[in-house]
Design a protein. Structure first.
Length: 564
């Protein structure tokens, strides 16, 4: 029997004991030489599906096919802390080292038994395997992988317990890349990788000859590495059915950019089909209410003769009755197969009366702003209506800067000037809710004007999700509540701290698109390479509102204006 050279899922469903179903009828294939991205909001079932593929979980229904040796790296590693890094690398390449040992052993036996043809055949097979696996370049290969993942300066004798979590994670990834496997399954592989390491990983995966399935929220990685996308969010259509768009696990051919284009085309088709349906509904409802006067425009007799009057009256009654019945039947058919209204697109709802454009001075001015050990001295001016992206490595002070601007952090040096009439709101990086028993709808209503549209009307949640207590929502769904509260009444100065964290990738795209049409002042922090690339494209395309502030842990931040 020939071993499968692809990863195949057919009708996979999964429910935790006593809990709701997480996966429903997931079917797709990852062929050899393909890198498939697995996306979905937190709680959509990405890690569950990868657990099924790795054998840690058993599906409730469905069939799974995997190649004989499928390498798997989880989102959180459980490597022994006492082991040195060298032992991990040695274990990963042990099979390849054995090939080299086999060649040596067979060579010694051939010297003793030169006339044994089976030894010659075994030698040829071992030699071919060594050449196919690049055994002779193994040491150079190890050095390349470690350097590519930013581990070249970490001594291999260092115990894992003495490393940072990011270093341990990268060593786990290195072992997967070095192992001779038939397929790879990865959960958030770009976590803890810098830009150069991500580029190295992309090259490694695209050159791999077997199938690769990678769950990721990293849009840059998905766009650069993947040739297909599987979306676990049934977010292209409402629950209950609107063609294939409602199916969990729909597969899209192409990169992440191609997925976005296909998703937008489906969304527009949904909107167009719904508009056509509502037009037809209005026509049928009008037809169902028609009277004889509507049909014949007059209830006067068409002739003085009594027989003629009765004839026309009977004809009118019969015609109206037939038309009503036909309209009512078609209306019933429409209702049974009705397309639900598409959710509202994410949008800002207008600005408060006192806007930054009317004050005639900068919205934010900072002079030699500094927090010891948290923010190096920086000076900047953000004009009304400008949109500033703050980037920099962890520890450079991105979140600290936003906390100073919104008044949360007061222990700083230097000068900060913000006109008093400007309103400020900040979307925090991590939500901290006081009452997790309250429903999303109740929390939203308690923090927004009575005239504000609901979370459902804003396209942030379904009716079912809005009725759930916060404790039953995923981090991404709670994030939507926080985002909705701010969007319901946008401030003059909007501060967004890593706003795409925990959001579904589609919603992150809609948020970024909404920002481009928002007239207020925006200051946003992000480590997201996709966000940073898109911001630079805005600048390159002449967007005068877009600015970038790059922070470091070594020197004063400088405002990046022209892309130079």
């Amino acid at each position: 029997m020939v071993a499968p050279l692809h990863i195949g899922l057919d009708g996979i469903s999964f429910s935790y004991p006593g809990g709701a179903r997480v996966l429903t009828d997931i079917s797709f294939a990852v062929p050899s030489g393909s890198v498939t991205g697995l996306i979905g909001e937190n709680g959509a079932g990405k890690s569950t599906l990868l657990g099924i593929i790795s054998g840690e979980l058993t599906p409730s229904t469905g069939t799974l096919i995997t190649p004989p040796v499928t390498g798997f790296i989880a989102q959180e590693t459980s490597l022994p802390f006492t082991a040195p890094a060298r032992s991990l690398i040695d274990a990963a390449v042990a099979e390849l080292r054995q090939v080299e040992h086999d060649i040596t052993a067979i060579s010694e036996r051939m010297a003793q038994q030169p006339d044994d043809p089976s030894l010659a055949e075994a030698f040829d097979r071992a030699l071919a395997r060594a050449e196919n696996s690049s055994v002779w370049e193994l040491d150079a290969r190890i050095a390349t992988v470690l350097a590519g993942l930013g581990l070249a300066n970490v001594a291999l004798d260092t115990p894992l317990g003495e490393m940072s979590g990011g270093q341990r994670r990268r060593f786990a990834l290195a072992t997967l890349l070095l192992r001779p496997v038939d397929a790879m399954v990865l959960d958030e592989p770009t976590n803890h990788l810098d830009d150069e390491a991500v580029d190295f990983l992309v090259d490694e995966l695209t050159a791999f000859k077997g199938p690769v399935l990678a769950a990721s929220h990293d849009r840059y990685f998905l766009d650069a590495a993947c040739d297909s996308i599987v979306d676990l969010d049934p977010g292209l259509g409402p629950e209950g059915g609107f063609g294939e768009e409602t199916r969990q696990g729909a597969k899209f051919t192409g990169s992440f950019s191609d997925y976005l284009a296909a998703r937008e085309a489906r969304r527009r088709r949904w909107e167009t089909d719904y508009a056509a349906q509502e037009h037809e509904r209005a026509r049928l409802e009008k037809a169902a209410k028609q009277s004889a006067e509507d049909v014949f425009h007059s209830q006067e007799n068409k002739t003085e003769a009594r027989a003629g009057a009765k004839f026309y009256a009977d004809r009118a009654a019969k015609t109206v009755g037939n038309r009503r019945r036909a309209a009512e039947q078609r209306l019933d058919n429409l209702e049974r197969a009705a397309i639900p209204a598409p959710p509202e697109r994410l949008r800002f709802l207008g600005l408060p009366p006192h806007t930054a454009t009317s004050i005639g001075v900068p919205a934010v001015t900072a002079r030699n702003l500094r927090v010891p050990d948290r923010l190096m001295p920086l000076s900047l001016k953000v004009q009304p209506g400008q949109q500033l992206l703050v980037e920099g490595p962890n520890g450079s002070g991105k979140s600290t800067l936003l906390k100073i601007i919104d008044g949360t952090l007061t222990g700083y040096e230097g000068e900060l000037i913000i006109p008093e009439e400007l309103s400020i709101a900040r979307l925090e990086q991590d939500d901290a809710w006081q009452n997790l028993d309250a429903t999303a709808a109740d929390v939203f209503a308690a923090n927004t004007p009575a005239s504000a549209p609901s979370l459902v009307e804003m396209g942030l949640m379904s009716e079912e999700q809005a009725r759930k207590p916060l404790s039953d929502l995923s981090l991404g769904q709670r994030r939507r509540v926080s985002l909705g509260i701010i969007l319901a009444s946008p401030p003059d100065v909007l501060l967004l701290d890593e706003p795409t964290n925990h959001l579904s990738l589609a919603l992150a795209e809609e948020l970024e698109e909404a920002l481009t049409t928002f007239a207020g002042t925006v200051i946003i922090t992000s480590h997201d390479r996709w966000v940073r690339r898109q911001w630079r494209r805005r600048i390159d395309h002449g967007d005068q509102r877009a600015r970038i502030l790059t922070l470091t842990t070594m020197w004063t931040g400088e405002l990046w204006r022209d892309g130079s």
